[in-house]
Design a protein around this ligand. Structure first.
Ligand code: ADP
Ligand code: MG
Length: 338
């Protein structure tokens, strides 16, 4: 009888210990790592992160992307922007965040001397960069489209936008804006850390275990990388002519247009990467600097007080003082810091 009770007691003690160990494991060693790959806004999106509700956060981020698409994708006939560009003369209602984004685009246009200009859309359309049929336009076509661009007045009021004529395109800034929205969602769900890649536009969020920093590669345009940036929580956004382009008569034409010529920017740069916690700013600035070239681009970067890595067509690298960049590819050379 006595030994039976002892056996029962021992079993109970073991059971209790077992439960405690499992509970401790869940509390201290649980990994809620989540990874997913998606395709939206004509862009490959990868989400990686650790946090109890990472799956819910990802679901909300994908919804936010759909929302941005239905508001700001000038190429989608169902979007608000399409309505503004093609249907109504009375303008469209927008929310506060959309309004702020447009004001940022306006500020970038002024400070870049027009190198960044969301009214560039008629020229983008001529080249066919927003559709399937891409071609080199004639000089006359470009001249006419540029007249429209230069005469477009974007009227931003409180939660409202209207155009006198012309069309606008937020392709140069929208992905960075998505990064900003994603950060808010990750914060809401108390995620430990995450890396979200919107077609080469990277958002790093939170802290990895052991506080190790994030290492973000900069592309060599050919499946490899030039090197990597060591960063904390921020956005790392790159513009280059190597990703979206077409070829005609042996010549490559990419999708970042210099508004002063109407032709793809050819400022001698291979890519510009901006590091800033303001994703929309980083995105707009990377496009602007790619158009402006090294010297004027660096001036603009300094004016906004953000960090950057400029890589030119001769594999020379120019970085601001605050950027921690490590070169890994042979033949590339860091020329200066700042
Ligand atoms: P990606 O979106 O491919 O990462 P960018 O951020 O540099 O690259 O944006 C390029 C897009 O921005 C183009 O597809 C076009 O929609 C738009 N764009 C092109 N040239 C300009 C310009 N000078 N100013 C503003 N937007 C531009
Ligand atoms: Mg951009």
């Amino acid at each position: 009888m006595k030994s039976k009770i002892n056996v029962k007691k021992t079993l109970l003690v073991f059971l209790a210990l077992f439960i405690i160990i499992i509970a401790l494991d869940v509390i201290f060693f649980s990994s809620d790592y989540f990874e997913g790959n998606y395709f939206k806004m004509d862009t490959h999106i990868s989400v990686r992160g650790d946090g109890k509700n990472m799956d819910f956060a990802t679901r909300d981020i994908l919804r936010a992307i759909d929302d941005v698409d239905s508001n700001m994708n000038a190429n989608s006939v169902h979007s608000k922007l399409y309505k503004l560009n093609n249907i109504t003369n009375n303008g469209i209602e927008i929310d506060k965040k959309f309004e702020e984004l447009l004001r940022l685009a306006d500020d970038l246009k002024t400070k870049s001397g027009g190198a960044f200009n969301i009214a560039i859309k008629p020229v983008i359309d001529l080249w066919g960069f927003n559709g399937d049929f891409k071609k080199v336009p004639t000089n006359d076509e470009i001249k006419t489209a540029l007249e429209t661009v230069n005469n477009t007045k974007i009227n931003i009021e409180s939660e409202k936008i209207s155009l006198n004529h012309g069309k606008i395109d937020l392709g140069g800034i929208a992905k960075g804006y998505v990064s900003d929205l994603s950060r808010e969602i990750l914060k809401k769900y108390n995620i430990n850390y995450a890396i979200i890649d919107f077609g080469g536009n990277i958002l790093t969020y939170g802290k990895k275990s052991g506080n190790s920093p994030f290492k973000i590669a900069i592309s060599d345009g050919n499946k490899g990388s030039v090197g990597y940036l060591t960063v904390g929580e921020t956005c790392v956004i790159t513009s280059g002519g190597y990703e979206r382009y077409f070829e005609e008569n042996g010549q490559k034409y990419h999708h970042i247009i210099d508004p002063s010529t109407g032709y793809p920017a050819s400022s001698g740069l291979f890519s510009v990467t901006i590091i800033s916690s303001n994703g929309a700013l980083a995105d707009g600035l990377s496009t602007a600097c790619f158009v402006l070239g090294l010297n004027k681009g660096m001036e603009l970067v300094n004016e906004y007080g953000v960090d950057a890595v400029f890589i030119d067509n001769n594999k020379k690298i120019y970085i601001t003082k605050g950027a921690k960049f490590t070169v890994t590819a042979p033949d590339y050379e860091i020329i200066n810091n700042g």
